[in-house]
Design a binder for this molecule. Structure first.
Ligand code: C2E
Ligand code: MG
Ligand code: MG
Ligand code: MG
Length: 281
């Protein structure tokens, strides 16, 4: 009997393993096709300061005809592994620049856009030329671009990364550290590199109004950031309590489902046109 049971467990295990493997292959193959066609969509999530939109973040969206919606949390790491991330980030960057310029030309308020850039871009020499290309083809002024990079960029080759960051700053774009505090959190890059902004990771934000230790930690991050004249964004704000706490602490910009989820370009236009008249939460 136990052998039978073991057999069925093993069978179940193999089956789920096989499905995972097949899913992964499906995603890889579909991803190669969509990257060639550039058939993604770009969503935008606004960031707020005293109830007004001050900037926005571009977030890639992929709806596959067969797989349906595949979240970037799933396909970005796969794209990094199979060598497609350079093309994906290039698509996001160029698309975000063109859209931002178009909005400015149409008379919408001039608001910068942040674009997520994979750490893998820092292993190539192409990032600087990619940024130049995006600014050229869009005609967007560089001060409207912020590049969101994660701390893992700084793990090795700090000198090499510093050189790329320096070139990016010379072009005139801004640099933000995404998911700050989540990973290895060395403070050394903040000392050595001309970073403009940190985005405090959601795990430090959730329930901050109910957790003394968390709020003290974030308060300390904020005073450090102020001392270094960094712009501070809190990501993933979902409740009024979290919002109130972070506003009281003097956090510069707030972002999260409480204010708005990421929305498509058309919905973003509605938010932007309400920009001057309507006060958000
Ligand atoms: P991220 O840059 O840290 O973006 C924040 C993620 O949190 C987004 O997920 C956003 O939709 C989600 N979010 C925003 N507000 C809230 C909230 O209040 N609660 C919760 N639970 N989540 C919230 P999304 O769009 O699924 O993107 C996931 C990650 O994929 C991003 O994390 C970013 O690292 C990456 N990504 C997205 N687009 C690109 C891209 O074009 N290039 C690269 N390299 N990475 C990208
Ligand atoms: Mg981001
Ligand atoms: Mg990111
Ligand atoms: Mg983040």
């Amino acid at each position: 009997h136990s052998k039978e049971k073991g057999g069925s467990v093993a069978h179940f295990f193999n089956e789920s393993m096989r499905n995972k493997y097949e899913d992964r292959l499906l995603i890889e193959n579909s991803l190669r096709l969509v990257v060639d066609k550039g058939d993604f969509d770009l969503y935008y999530q606004p960031k707020f300061q005293f109830g007004k939109i001050t900037s926005m973040e571009a977030l890639i969206r992929w709806i596959d005809p067969e797989l349906g919606f595949v979240s970037p949390g799933t396909f970005i790491p796969i794209a990094e592994e199979i060598g497609l991330i350079l093309q994906i980030d290039r698509w996001s960057l160029i698309h975000a620049c063109k859209q931002n310029k178009e909005w400015q030309d149409q008379g919408y308020p001039k608001i910068p856009v942040s674009v997520n850039i994979s750490a893998k871009q820092f292993q190539q020499d192409s990032l600087v030329s990619m940024v130049k290309e995006a600014l050229e083809v869009s005609g967007l002024a560089p001060e409207y671009i912020k590049l969101e990079i994660t701390e893992s960029v700084f793990i090795k080759n700090l000198d090499y990364v510093a050189n790329i960051v320096k070139q990016l700053k010379e072009i005139g774009v801004k640099i933000s550290i995404d998911d700050f505090g989540k990973g290895y959190s060395s403070l050394y890059p903040l000392l050595q590199l001309p970073i403009d902004e940190i985005k405090i990771d959601r795990q430090f934000i959730s329930d901050i109004d109910q957790m003394m230790k968390k709020s003290r930690l974030v308060q300390s991050i904020l005073s450090m950031a102020k001392g270094l004249q960094l712009n501070v964004v809190a990501e993933g704000i979902e409740t009024i309590g979290e919002k109130n706490t972070l506003m009281q602490m003097g956090c510069d910009e707030l972002q999260g489902y409480l204010f708005s989820p990421p929305v498509n370009a058309q919905e973003m236009e509605t938010l932007l046109s309400e920009y001057l008249s309507k006060k958000y939460i």
